[in-house]
Design a protein around this ligand. Structure first.
Ligand SMILES: [Fe+2]
Length: 244
């Protein structure tokens, strides 16, 4: 039995059962993040969308399969492992290499290439690298149930973020359709994965160290993803030096 993890100076006893994690994060509107609020209230900004999509690819693509596989390998409860294995199979294209999500996401970035910013600060992939490093603290080095809390909120966040991204992409018709398979797929798939978060929550122990870890993982990962949007916004709208 491990020691109780203190989260925000209170223990999970006061934070509630695992289903509360889903309720709490499902209630947060990602569309209200200043990045998406700014994008929605201005003409469509494909340069900013390149920054968002290229950094999502840089942060997630090299890592997500490993994170899911590690979470499965370390999970003693096979019912939880079974739900994660379904997500891993989706991520790896359900046996069809051309449907591997990494391949589709790289095609999305390539489709946005004409809008790749000229300025080095705007096309920095540092937001993605920071997301990977912060998420790695949960998935590579965290306790098994930290990864589960993290994955629960990751799917909730991804579902909301993909919807915001879809809303922006639908405002224009310049990006080639074939580049958008990743987005089309995720706008459907993530609804199911986000629903799986509740199933996962029902399987996480509702007391003790496992619950503390799940809360810890959820808190850390949500902060990493919200911080990622902050970083993307800062990069996409970086003040450029005045040209002499
Ligand atoms: Fe995916």
């Amino acid at each position: 039995m491990g020691e109780a993890i203190v989260i925000d100076n209170v223990t999970s006893k006061r934070l509630g059962p695992p289903t509360r994690i889903v309720e709490e994060y499902d209630a947060i509107e990602v569309a209200r993040h200043p990045l998406f609020a700014n994008l929605a209230s201005n003409p469509v900004n494909l340069e900013a969308l390149w920054v968002l999509v290229a950094n999502t690819n840089a942060g997630i693509s090299p890592n997500f399969v490993r994170w899911l596989a590690l979470a499965i390998a370390r999970m003693p409860d096979y019912r939880i492992a079974s739900l994660l294995a379904k997500q891993l199979d989706d991520e790896l294209g359900n046996g069809k290499p051309e449907r591997i999500h990494r391949v589709l996401l790289e095609r999305f970035v390539a489709g946005l290439d004409p809008w790749r910013p000229k300025d080095a600060r705007r096309r920095s992939l540092e937001p993605g690298r920071r997301l990977a490093a912060r998420s790695g603290e949960v998935f590579d080095t965290g306790a098994p149930y930290e990864a589960i809390g993290g994955l629960m909120v990751a799917e909730i966040f991804a579902n909301k973020m993909d919807h915001c991204l879809g809303e922006e992409i639908r405002r224009q018709s310049q990006v080639p359709r074939e580049a958008l398979v990743w987005l089309d797929l995720h706008e459907v798939l993530e609804v199911g994965h986000a629903a799986d978060s509740l199933e996962l929550a029902l399987l996480v122990p509702d007391h003790g160290y496992a619950l503390d870890c799940a809360w810890q993982g959820a808190r850390k990962l949500w902060a990493a993803m919200w911080g990622f949007l902050d970083d993307v916004k800062a990069a996409a709208f970086a003040e450029l030096p005045v040209q002499a």
